[in-house]
Design a protein around this ligand. Structure first.
Ligand code: ZN
Length: 96
């Protein structure tokens, strides 16, 4: 699963070029499906779809469309694989 787009609880339009970008809480979504990577139904949650924006673009640390993103779904992030340099939840107990 490496080519997911995103859905979000809100959206933001750049006043300069009219570019539509996600805002609020963002989930990963594979275009053509009707649910997020973490299993939420798009229609029930009322998410806005952003098929033109890919998952790495909304990562707060590195994405170019992350300005208005307040939350990235942890379960989607785990499903997409953690990116380098970020903490990742793991089931293993890292005993020192
Ligand atoms: Zn999610």
């Amino acid at each position: 699963m490496s080519s997911a787009s995103v859905v979000a609880t809100g959206r933001w339009t750049d006043p300069d070029d009219g570019f539509r970008a996600p805002a609020g809480e963002v989930h990963a979504w594979v275009p053509g499906t009707n649910q997020t990577v973490c299993g939420l139904a798009l229609s029930r949650e009322g998410f806005q779809r952003f098929p033109h924006i890919s998952w790495p673009d909304i990562m707060p640390a590195t994405g170019r469309h992350a300005d208005e993103v307040t939350d990235v779904c942890r379960r989607c992030a785990a499903g997409m694989g953690a990116r380098r340099g970020e903490q990742r939840w793991t089931r293993r107990d890292p005993r020192p």
